[in-house]
Ligand binder design. Structure first.
Ligand code: MBD
Ligand code: FE
Length: 286
């Protein structure tokens, strides 16, 4: 018997895990997309592709390279990764541009709902010898009218100090660096975790192959993923970033916004860093 470690992480493994997760997520229904929208959207997409072929005089070699690559995206299970890296940021922009509260960002392929819940203050589930810089992440959840949102729910998930996500890279305990936290009666939360590392898109799969073939880089800046919610308020999906990361200005997923940059300070406890960040949620429009 062999014990899998994160060193065995491959695109095929995290890609197929992301594909399986999407299938199980309940988001797969096409029932709500009308025939008119499908015809218009698919028609525009096909027309845009034809325009590129004619404008750029695409050759049969290039056409066949595209076919082979599209087949490989599916084989590697990387459709969730591809769409979340290169398209979700625009969908997120459309979905949230009416909001007055917090800016959000994309969910990405590695969210898992229903992580074990704890009341704040709390420590996220992690290994006894979890590597990295301890991070105390704290703040308050409020409404756009300024009132505190008691017992708001803060879901947090992020990569470890080597850039791996539990449940997607092998060898990590289930729910490692994932958790649901319930804020106190004043909407305040305090979560102890470990600072994540920058994340590199798997280089051995179809998305990595495209990145290499185009001479791009595969990096996302280090980030915390969050979902913040309270009854009667719009769910906020966000990511938060660390100052000075070399990829804050050229995130492969185009998901960094200036409002999402943290300002960490040395922790009062003497170990690691702490950072305050408040979330402002929009009431659901009736
Ligand atoms: C990630 O960790 C991520 O957040 C996104 C958006 C895409 C790939 C990996
Ligand atoms: Fe991520």
């Amino acid at each position: 018997m062999s014990i899998e470690t994160t060193a065995d992480a491959t695109a095929a493994k995290s890609g197929s895990a992301a594909t399986d997760r999407f299938r199980e997520s309940g988001k797969t229904s096409t029932a709500e997309v009308s025939v008119e929208r499908v015809s218009m959207l698919a028609g525009k997409l096909i027309q845009a592709a034809n325009d590129i072929v004619l404008e750029e005089r695409v050759s049969y070699d290039e056409f066949n390279a595209l076919k082979a690559w599209l087949i490989k995206v599916g084989e590697d299970g990387e459709w969730p990764l591809f769409l979340d890296v290169w398209l979700e940021h625009s969908v997120e922009e459309v979905a949230t541009d009416h909001r007055e509260g917090n800016k959000g960002s994309i969910e990405g392929p590695y969210y898992i709902p229903d992580a074990p819940s704890q009341d704040s203050p709390a420590t996220i589930s992690m290994r006894e010898d979890e590597d990295g810089t301890p991070l105390l992440f704290q703040g308050q959840v409020r409404s756009t009218d300024g009132s505190a949102l008691p017992n708001a729910k803060v879901e947090l998930w992020h990569a470890d100090s080597a850039g791996f996500y539990s449940q997607f890279a092998p060898g990590l305990p289930e729910w490692n660096l994932r958790g649901t936290f319930i804020a106190d009666a004043e909407g305040n939360f305090q979560i102890n975790t470990m600072q994540p590392a920058p994340y590199q898109i798997p280089t051995d799969g179809a998305c990595g192959q495209l990145i290499a073939a185009a001479g791009w880089h595969a990096w996302r800046p280090a980030h915390l993923h969050l979902k913040v919610s309270a009854p009667g308020y719009e769910l906020l999906t966000a990511q938060l970033y660390f100052p000075g990361d070399p990829h804050n200005d050229d995130d492969i997923a185009t998901a960094v916004k200036p409002e999402l940059l943290l300002d960490p300070k040395p922790a009062a406890s003497g170990t690691g860093v702490e950072v305050d960040y408040d979330f402002v949620l929009d009431p659901v429009q009736k």
